[in-house]
Design a protein around this ligand. Structure first.
Ligand code: ATP
Ligand code: MG
Length: 507
């Protein structure tokens, strides 16, 4: 099942309307129609039926196609209108197109209608996809900017909490207080992760895995979370293809969908989780807005809840869109999923009717053995001492710089600090390159950490490198870092992670 397209036909001759429907049914299988021959009903249906496409007769007894077109352009500018006419000369055709019609069709050349309809829908879908992408981009830029600074602050909070905890006795009351500070900081990290995954700026760590494995492990947790009123069942395809995905993020998709399903079933009900292999062809792509041909796995979650009307459906993936009471929902759940799925090069579809439950389908590209790249897992020891290794630490955020510098110093490293790349280069030169490792933030004011590292490596090829950053976007140059194989430490980092990453980078 795909999206059901809705067509609104403005036509006074019944046999012509039937002919139009016939032609459309030849090309678009899943669709419904509404027909009318007057202005009043037409305007009402544009608002209430929310068609995907209008097919309007050029001249009608009491109304006309151009007026209908103008009305649509004013009230639903994204809705395409195809004008159909029995006799059209060149001037009228030009007039229609200039007025903004998606296409025009002559009644004696109806065979062209199917293709015209497909082209109009495709154009509309692309436009909608673009609008959605722009919205996500705007939120993403905002979130990414905040998350970057926020991660640094959290790094300091978590880092120092860790530091104090090490010095305290677990029976001390202060120990519990500091633990609370640390756990609040960690919750903050979770929130920024959510925002970053909406904006697809989160660094994802993919591996080859089976969706069935994720469903099975999450199912146990879900059963507890959903409570006894909800009957959770899963149907897993035993021959399911593997996917290349981030384990944590796919789990999050499943959790968010299941929690939404539970919230839609206050009186209890049933949730069905299903996995299956699907081969997507061009024909299928026409039915789905965001589909691309290829081999996919489909993870679907079906509930017996209150369902969704068309209007709500058109907003659910928008960040902060929620129908829940204040304080009950942030409206981020589905937009997080949307971001994750896009980042995994898949798409998500929804089917629902008020009162009739909801079906979400997540499509993720299958990964076949030939494409599987061996990811080299490095094994490192947690031995933390620095043994007088000389570190050039570059970090623009003052508190984080102080934290890292103090921790490293206390663990036997010799630290020189710089706020910016330019300053680091000057320091490197004045010290005649006597450093064992450069530990640098990626996003710095001025020259980036990656450029800095390149520059220092040109001067001293055996220099060790450790880069750090909290999120990924063009500025963070994640792909460059990965391609060059530079050791990388995710922000915010804990004391232990910092020390072991340092050790690993020095091996
Ligand atoms: N299975 C479902 N059945 C009915 N409505 C749903 C379902 N899933 C989502 N919705 C609708 O989509 C809206 C957005 O969902 P989303 O998960 O993005 O946010 P939320 O659940 O409201 O808040 P959050 O997930 O941030 O706590 C919901 O408020 C609800 O109206
Ligand atoms: Mg939700």
């Amino acid at each position: 099942m795909g999206i059901k397209y809705r067509f609104l036909i403005l036509e006074d001759v019944e046999t012509d309307a039937e002919l139009i429907m016939d032609q459309i049914l030849h090309t678009v299988i899943v669709c419904t129609f509404k027909c009318t021959d007057n202005e009043f009903d037409f305007k009402k249906l544009v608002g209430e039926y929310k068609p995907d496409l209008v097919l309007a007769d050029y001249s009608l007894p009491t109304y006309d196609g151009i007026s209908a077109l103008n009305y649509v352009l004013q009230h639903s500018p994204e809705l395409p209108v195809i004008i159909i006419t029995g006799s059209m000369n060149e001037e009228t055709a030009v007039r229609c197109m200039k007025a903004g019609a998606a296409d025009y069709i002559l009644k004696d050349n109806m065979s062209r209608l199917g293709l015209a309809v497909l082209a109009a829908i495709e154009k509309k879908n692309l436009k909608l996809e673009l609008i959605q992408a722009q919205k996500m981009e705007a939120i993403g830029n905002l979130a990414g900017g905040i998350a970057h600074d926020f991660n640094n602050l959290l790094g300091v909070i978590i880092g120092y909490s860790d530091y104090i905890l090490e010095t305290l006795n677990p029976n001390d009351t202060m120990y519990r207080f500091i633990e609370n500070i640390k756990s609040s900081g960690t919750q903050g990290v979770y929130l920024t992760e959510q925002l970053l995954s909406v904006s697809r700026k989160q660094i994802i760590q993919t591996e080859i895995l089976s969706i069935n494995m994720i469903v099975s492990t999450t199912e146990r947790m879900l059963k507890r979370l959903l409570g006894e009123d909800i009957n959770l069942v899963s149907y897993l395809d035993t021959d399911i293809w593997m996917i290349e995905a981030d384990h944590g993020q796919i789990t999050q998709i499943l959790m968010n969908l299941a929690i939404n399903a539970r919230d839609a079933m206050v009186e209890g009900g049933k949730i069905e989780i299903r996995t299956e292999n699907v081969e997507i062809d061009e024909h299928f792509c026409r039915q789905f807005m965001y589909a691309h041909p290829g081999y996919y796995i489909c993870l679907s979650v079906l509930d017996t809840g209150i369902g969704l009307d068309q209007e709500t459906q058109s907003h659910i993936f928008e960040p902060f869109y929620t129908t829940k009471e204040r304080g009950k929902g942030t409206g981020l759940g589905l937009s997080v999923i949307y971001g994750i799925v896009k980042q995994h090069k898949g798409w998500i579809a929804v089917e629902s009717q008020p009162g009739n439950g909801t079906l979400f389908k997540v499509y993720l590209p299958a990964a076949f053995p030939t494409e599987i790249k061996k990811t080299s897992e490095k094994i490192f020891t947690c031995e933390t001492q620095g043994y007088s290794m000389r570190v050039l630490l570059v970090e623009d955020q003052k508190m984080l710089r102080e934290f890292a510098s103090q921790i490293l110093h206390e663990n036997g490293y010799i630290i020189s600090v710089a706020e910016k790349a330019e300053e680091a280069i000057a320091l490197f030169e004045s010290e005649h390159g006597r450093f064992d490792i450069v530990f640098s933030d990626v996003v710095l004011p001025g020259m980036s950490g990656v450029k800095l590292v390149d520059c220092l490596l040109a001067k001293k090829p055996e220099l060790n490198v450790l880069l750090t950053s909290g999120y990924l976007d063009d500025k963070s140059q994640w792909s460059v870092i990965r391609d060059k194989g530079f050791p990388f430490l995710y922000k915010p980092y804990t004391l232990k992670k910092l020390l072991s990453a340092m050790k690993e980078a020095l091996i």
